[in-house]
Ligand binder design. Structure first.
Ligand SMILES: [Zn+2]
Ligand SMILES: [Zn+2]
Ligand SMILES: [Zn+2]
Length: 365
């Protein structure tokens, strides 16, 4: 099945290359969870229909006849899809706050010094990273930055305070959740309510498909979270090797924001990764910029277990309609060091950066 499908897309050379370096059972190795229907190539119409799955038609396609063919295959998702061997988080373990907001004069959850156990939860500012395969490669050379104490994650207009400040480094956020006593309108519930910003997906000759703001966006506003299949790190590693060999871009993200804390407790640092290669949402089209207009945040709202955090993007400055939406694939870290670890030469892909900003590092990773 797979060799035939790859041939259909004109990937014979890549397939031969893949088989030459990996003479295993090809069909088992290539994208084991895919059904043939997942690989049906998109027309512009079917691609637009996928994007239309986003709530309230907030994401649309702007394609020209001269654009290259749409992404080979992408199923649009509006929440995580958990792989068969990944247990979704269990809401029974959530710890909720006891803010009832009964007194209109008392501060609601999330406003500074509200005393809300969710909004005042200590989070550690450390970068999350693109997927780097290889055991322990992630932890190498990473120093623990001082823990930052946020007095409320969001302001009363539901804008992320760290993003409003223009922070570059990924931040941690604990939203109110099912177990909290507060109402759904509480200001400490933002990402869980879904995308609120209009966006257009458009082709750029340097960057490929990109997402553009289709409205002005005020600094601190939640834009979208990164959705896809949630897979185990072992599966993520296997998929990375396969995608690299096939010459595909990588859409894998570690859910590793609290890895150091987990390891300090004798637990695995990372258990899962998000793969948006075939199942994803608009955030799949956010490209890298060394001077990004989006800030990434690791967000917990349906899981007590930090391994199950979400990855959400907020405007880190005011964004004008028509601007491309970009985030920093290095999570705001300064170094670009090659930590491909023990991978063979063949796997070491370097991606040049075309963001054009004054502080461009020239290499994405
Ligand atoms: Zn609360
Ligand atoms: Zn609340
Ligand atoms: Zn709460």
């Amino acid at each position: 099945m797979h060799p035939h499908i790859l041939r259909q897309f004109g990937y014979e050379d890549l397939l031969l290359q893949f088989c030459a370096v990996n003479p295993g059972p090809t069909a088992d190795l290539i994208l084991p969870t895919l059904k043939p229907s997942d690989l049906v190539p998109h027309t512009y119409e079917s691609f637009a229909n996928e994007l239309a799955q986003e709530r309230n038609n907030l994401v649309t396609l702007d394609a020209k006849p001269t654009d290259p063919f749409p992404p080979r295959c992408l199923t649009y998702v509006t929440d995580f899809l958990y792989a068969a061997d990944v247990s979704p988080p269990d809401p029974a373990f959530l710890l909720g706050c006891s803010c009832t907001n009964e007194d209109p004069a008392a501060p609601a959850c999330g406003t500074p010094n509200s005393g809300c156990s969710c909004a005042e939860r200590v989070t550690h500012d450390q970068p999350t990273s693109t997927y780097k395969p290889g055991p322990k490669s992630r932890a190498k050379g990473r120093k623990r930055p001082p823990a930052a104490l946020h007095s409320g994650h969001y302001n009363e207009e539901r804008r992320l305070i760290a993003a409003k400040r223009g922070d570059r480094r990924t931040v941690g956020v604990a939203e109110c959740a099912a177990q909290c006593m507060c109402p759904p309108q509480c200001t400490n519930r933002v990402v869980q309510h879904g995308v609120q910003v209009r966006m257009v997906v458009r082709y750029d000759k340097y960057k490929g498909w990109a997402a553009i703001a289709d409205q002005d966006v005020i600094a601190g506003t939640f834009v979208a979270q990164y959705l896809g299949e949630v897979v185990t790190v072992d599966e993520a590693h296997a998929r990375t090797l396969t995608y690299n060999r096939l010459g595909y871009s990588t859409y894998l993200y570690d859910m590793d924001f609290w890895a150091n804390e987990m390891e300090d407790m004798g637990l695995p640092g990372i258990k899962f990764a998000i793969d948006a290669q075939f199942k994803g949402n608009v955030a799949r089209f956010f490209n890298h910029s060394c001077d990004a207009n989006l800030l990434a945040a690791a967000v917990l709202y349906d899981a007590a277990e930090p391994h199950h955090h979400r990855l959400a993007f907020f405007a880190r400055r005011d964004i004008k309609r028509g601007e491309e939406l970009c985030f920093d694939y290095q999570g705001g870290r300064e170094e670009t060091g090659d930590d491909a670890g023990s991978l063979p030469e063949f796997e070491r892909l370097r991606f040049e950066c075309h963001c054009g900003s004054a502080n461009c590092r020239k290499v994405i990773f």
